[in-house]
Design a protein around this ligand. Structure first.
Ligand code: G4P
Length: 530
């Protein structure tokens, strides 16, 4: 196949949701339909197995959360699909944010009874900022749920996005009958007893809402209500507009039950048609099209210890343009040198395999002997450019970190530097004292435990961790020095690991003070790694 054909059949997306909405269940059902796994439960089983062999993931096991995020590739109906898995626990949400940079669209999964939840809001905002298409699947419709009109209003009020229902649920009080497909005028009938992972074709009845067959099947009350609701949607709802969907202004809305396989396959089919193939990517040399023959990609995630026996590290690269071939030589832009990509890994549902070739939209795992950092650009050809940076999120927890045994300082610094490159932590240095003191900032407090655990097990360093009262960091623009700033006494002047000026604050009030009393400076909560 040609580059054009390979690009056009690729779909690379992430599923975003609040924990417990059913992401694992939905992912598994998608893999089942793609033939990538044979039975449900395998994804969870794989995780359990992972725990048993993995060392620092003890933390994950103990807390029953998933720290890892990886990628699963499978084929469906001629498409080559890459699902980017993301950790559900909010303390690791930074990892999720970065993974979203590698996706071309997102499936937003919502629990029908709970509606839009905290974690969904944060993840939605990251997608929104990138302007990628967002598809909404309302899950757990087999149980009592909120009214679909209320859910639409919630999407608009809480997230600021208009929605266009593609399917519409019938019976939302625990009396779920199925969904009506507005585009094809077909009723898909729910059978709660079916849970054989999609091998049984679900019953469906064709006909417009006014159809007598439907009336007979649903009974008068349900049918009348459906007719009214569809009429209302046709008159007052947003018309389907593919352009708006693709620019992230309108979200197509689907209803179903991942657990019962209900509505999953029809969702997948429509989603694959409506969403985009790999998108162009911003670089400092303009847009890089996936159809560009030159190979290019960037590192969006680094994961340590997938194989604890070897303590290896995997850098995940998203391919942005051209063809990738095993063993190819590429330019590592940050290090300004050529490297050979000798052990590329591809991730299938349950295995990883050597990648002989790969195309834009695919994710490749590269063996990392410590040469990759988040945001690194790799490319071939004579032109040189960097992809736009991976956003760095403002940590909300800070601690002064020192090695218990000062003889181990060198190992300690090495470990901290590596964890910073992976994006697991951020380090800061205070500017008001000459002494070398490392302040570590994390987005979720649990990451402190990961830091402690990994430094001990991978670098042999026990650390002392003194939690500091700071709650916020702001990157400072508009000045070359923090000396002359008028700040509250509790504000700390510091610089981040790349030498950029920052202020650490204990509270919002101090941030306001800094803004009000220092004309011309700008404080930001997020910055790009450049
Ligand atoms: P997550 O990855 O988003 O955290 O959610 P996960 O898929 O693990 O699902 C969370 C719980 O919700 C699970 O129940 C799962 O079975 C249930 N669930 C998922 N989809 C549906 C659905 O469509 N309808 C209903 N009624 N429940 C659903 P659990 O009791 O926590 O785990 P399990 O014992 O079922 O594995």
């Amino acid at each position: 196949m040609t580059l054009k054909q390979e690009v056009e059949r690729r779909r690379t997306f992430a599923i975003i949701s609040h924990p417990d909405a059913g992401k694992t269940t939905l992912t598994e059902k998608l893999l089942l339909y793609g033939g990538a796994i044979r039975e449900a439960g395998s994804v969870k089983a794989r995780r359990a197995q992972h725990h048993a062999v993995s060392d620092w993931m003890e933390i994950e096991k103990q807390r029953g959360i998933s720290v890892t995020s990886s990628v699963m590739q499978f084929d469906y109906d001629g498409y080559r699909i890459n699902i980017l898995d993301t950790p559900g626990h909010q303390d690791f949400s930074e990892d999720t944010y970065r993974t979203l940079v590698a996706a071309d669209s997102a499936v937003m999964l919502i629990d029908g009874a709970r509606g839009v939840e905290a974690q969904t809001i944060k993840l939605f905002q990251v997608c929104k900022r990138r302007g990628i298409p967002i598809f909404t699947f309302v899950n757990k419709m087999d149980r009592a749920s909120k009214s679909p009109f209320d859910l639409m209003a919630e999407l608009e009020e809480v997230l600021g996005i208009r929605s266009c229902p593609i399917t519409w649920p019938i019976g939302t009080d625990g009396d779920f009958k199925g969904v009506y497909h507005r585009d094809i005028h077909q009723l898909e009938v729910f059978d709660g007893s079916v849970n054989d992972h999609g091998s049984t074709k679900l019953e469906s009845i064709k006909g417009s809402v006014e159809d007598e067959n439907l009336r007979e099947f649903l009974g008068e009350d349900y049918h009348d209500r459906l007719v009214d609701e569809i009429e209302l949607l046709d008159v007052a709802g947003d018309p389907f507009d593919l352009e708006k969907v693709r620019s992230g202004e309108l979200t197509p809305l689907f209803f179903g039950s991942a657990m019962n396989n209900f509505g999953v396959e029809s969702f997948l089919e429509k989603f694959l048609k409506m969403t985009t193939p790999p998108l162009s990517r911003h670089s400092d040399d303009g847009e890089i099209s996936p159809y560009d023959e030159r190979f290019s990609g960037f590192i969006f995630k680094i994961q340590a210890n997938m194989n604890p026996a070897h303590r290896d590290r995997i850098a995940f690269m998203r391919i942005c343009s051209g063809k990738f071939e095993k063993g190819m030589e590429v330019r590592h832009m940050r290090l300004q040198k050529n490297i050979k990509l000798t052990q590329p890994q591809q991730f299938m549902a349950q295995d990883r395999d050597v990648a002989e070739e790969a195309w834009p939209g695919d994710i490749i795992g590269l063996f990392d002997p410590g040469i990759f950092a988040l945001g690194d650009t790799l490319l071939t050809g004579s032109e040189r450019f960097h992809f736009e940076g991976i956003p760095v999120f403002a940590p909300e927890h800070f601690a002064r970190v020192t090695p218990e045994d000062s003889i181990k300082r060198k190992q300690f610094v090495k470990g901290v530097t590596q964890l910073c490159l992976e994006g697991a932590i951020q380090s800061f240095k205070r500017l008001d004292i000459g002494m070398e003191e490392i302040i570590v900032g994390v987005v979720g407090a649990l990451q402190f435990e990961v830091l402690q655990h990994r430094l001990k097990h991978e670098y042999g360093v026990d650390i002392r961790l003194n939690v500091l009262p700071y709650r916020m960091v702001r990157w400072v623009k508009g000045t070359d020095s923090l000396d002359g700033l008028n700040l509250t006494s509790s504000t700390l002047r510091a610089q981040d690991g790349d030498g950029r000026l920052v202020l650490l604050f204990e509270n919002e009030w101090s941030v306001d003070w800094a803004v009000k009393n220092n004309e011309g400076i700008e404080l930001t909560t997020i910055t790009d790694r450049d």
